[in-house]
Write a protein that binds this ligand. Sequence first.
Ligand SMILES: [Zn+2]
Length: 235
Amino acid sequence: MVTGLVCAVCGTAVPISQALSWKCPLASDVDTHHVLHFENSVEPFRPNDDSNPYLAFRKYLAVDSFGAAIGLSEAERIRIIQETNEAVASIAGTGFLRTPLYRSSELSDALGFTAEGGVWIKDETHNVAGSHKARHLFTELLHLLFAEAAGVAPWTVSTRPPLAIASCGNAAIAASTLAAAVQWPIYVHVPPAATAEVLTALAELDADVRVCARLPEDEAGDPCVLRFREAVANG
Ligand SMILES: [Zn+2]
């Protein structure tokens, strides 16, 4: 299980019970090069057979250790994971599932492999929101929901501050899908070159889309990321 976080650069330890532990407390605008790593206890790796990967691997997820540390019972953590996954499925048409791994006889034959070898495919194309991005964001969402449920978040259900992301496609759609599933407002910063398909998908998910052209006073870097950072700095 995950027992805590430690900065790989400066060694600062962050307890697993810390809410919103997104970055090293010693990182600053002028010293951004810090990164928190998870610390784990040594134990056998034995996920269970649940089709929901967040339940199958729950005991090894930092967010589960966080939920336990802030006082949520195991039953409560499982309930939030299940209900949130069902909410995602109601928006995306699928919840999070183990993705299929299989031997492709067509590709194996075409490339001349024998029956002992071959080409194996890990099919990630049927994921929530059409890419793997939502998988990474789901534990972040669970962290927010756990903090809210345990009363350690600086907001309540009725005063949730907007989420924010900078992306030109998959990650924006993934984040907006998860936000829509729990009716959490989200600002999505996209470049002027974002495609009509992406903008239509984001509109259907009720995302607050902000098209970010470069401003004359902008420093170097992606204007979407600059506007995203401003949104985060403003709460
Ligand atoms: Zn640090």
